[in-house]
Ligand binder design. Structure first.
Ligand code: NAD
Length: 291
């Protein structure tokens, strides 16, 4: 398939490389100078999109996506698909899909989970929003870049699924970390805490699969000085998107709002920038009841 790929950063680069390895013809564009083996680079996003059956975008945020889409949509052939894999706000995802459909294109919002490791290994999970025809067109490419693709509903549904999942993840990570810090102060051994909680009703992915306590549970970023993994900055981005969506949909999300405030404090005022999101545990460890 002839594919245009716009945004070849930490995620987009390895995703494009996997498409090349699977035999697809990939033309890329990025504002930074990047080189990916087998990807021919175009001079603009519109040039990368020209003649492509599918154009994939993997960009930092909704404002950039909207800008890139403005240039790309008029360059694409009718019937081609615009597949945005970035994590962006639901409103931007829907606006871009509307523009694409008005121009006779298929559109899919398909944010991913699985991080840089999943992008390199081709094991991402795609959460997709768009028409059946649009999803069907993109599905063979999701199968190359990932191990699972869920068609969540109409345009925006992929982004909705992503931010709801990550809101649960952020809240749960904080709950797990504050409980470990409390256990420490109560003199409870961390391994014993893990043994009990991981097999009791407090279990969660953050406890069982991504334990924030070093040396406890399966290997996780906690065992690597809290190097990401999934960076606290990216968790903050996703929590902000969840609260933006909650605001625009008039949904009451007090735990999500508090998680956003705590990650904002951690990343912007404390030492959380560049750390894994599970580094909330050493943060709580250092604190007392009044900060
Ligand atoms: P990144 O910053 O490494 O890559 C973004 C790329 O887009 C950069 O190479 C940048 O130069 C390029 N870019 C910016 N503006 C552009 C423009 N106008 N035209 C063309 N290229 C442009 O970020 P990333 O880690 O690859 O993340 C990409 C997206 O995936 C984000 O929306 C992020 O939230 C999401 N995501 C990231 C992870 C992760 O673990 N890194 C996990 C899941 C989802």
């Amino acid at each position: 398939m002839k594919i245009g790929f716009i945004g070849l950063g930490n995620m987009g680069g390895p995703m494009a490389a996997n498409l090349v390895k699977a035999g697809h013809d990939v033309t890329g564009f990025d504002t930074a100078s990047v080189a990916i083996e087998g990807v021919s680079m175009a001079a603009s996003a519109a040039e990368a999109a020209k003649g492509a059956e599918v154009v994939i975008t993997m960009l930092p945020n909704g404002a950039i996506l909207r800008k890139v889409a403005e240039g790309v949509i008029p360059a694409m052939d009718k019937g081609a698909a615009l597949v945005d894999c970035s994590t962006v706000d639901v409103d931007s995802a829907r606006a871009v899909a509307e523009q694409a459909e008005a121009a006779g294109l298929l559109a899919v919002d398909a944010p991913v989970s699985g991080g840089v490791g999943g992008a390199a290994a081709g094991t991402l999970t795609f959460m997709a929003g768009g028409s059946d025809a649009a999803f069907a067109k993109a599905k063979p490419l999701f199968d190359v870049m990932g191990q699972k693709a869920v068609h969540c509903g109409a345009s925006g549904a992929g982004q909705a699924a992503k931010i709801c999942n990550n809101m649960i993840l952020g809240v749960t990570m904080i709950a797990t970390c504050e409980a470990f810090a409390l256990a420490d102060k109560l003199g409870l051994d961390r391994q014993k805490m893990f043994d009990v909680v991981s097999t009791s009703s407090g279990y969660s992915w953050t406890m069982n699969a991504y334990c924030p306590a070093p040396g406890v549970g399966p290997k996780s970023p906690a065992d690597n000085d809290y190097k990401p993994g999934f960076a606290a900055d990216l968790m903050l981005k996703d929590l902000r998107l969840s609260q933006q969506a909650a605001e625009s949909a008039d949904a009451d999300t007090p735990m999500g709002a508090l998680a956003q405030a705590l990650y904002a404090q951690f990343v912007e005022q404390e030492d959380g920038k560049g750390m894994d999101f599970s580094a909330m545990l050493p943060r709580f460890e250092k604190r007392g009841r009044n900060g």
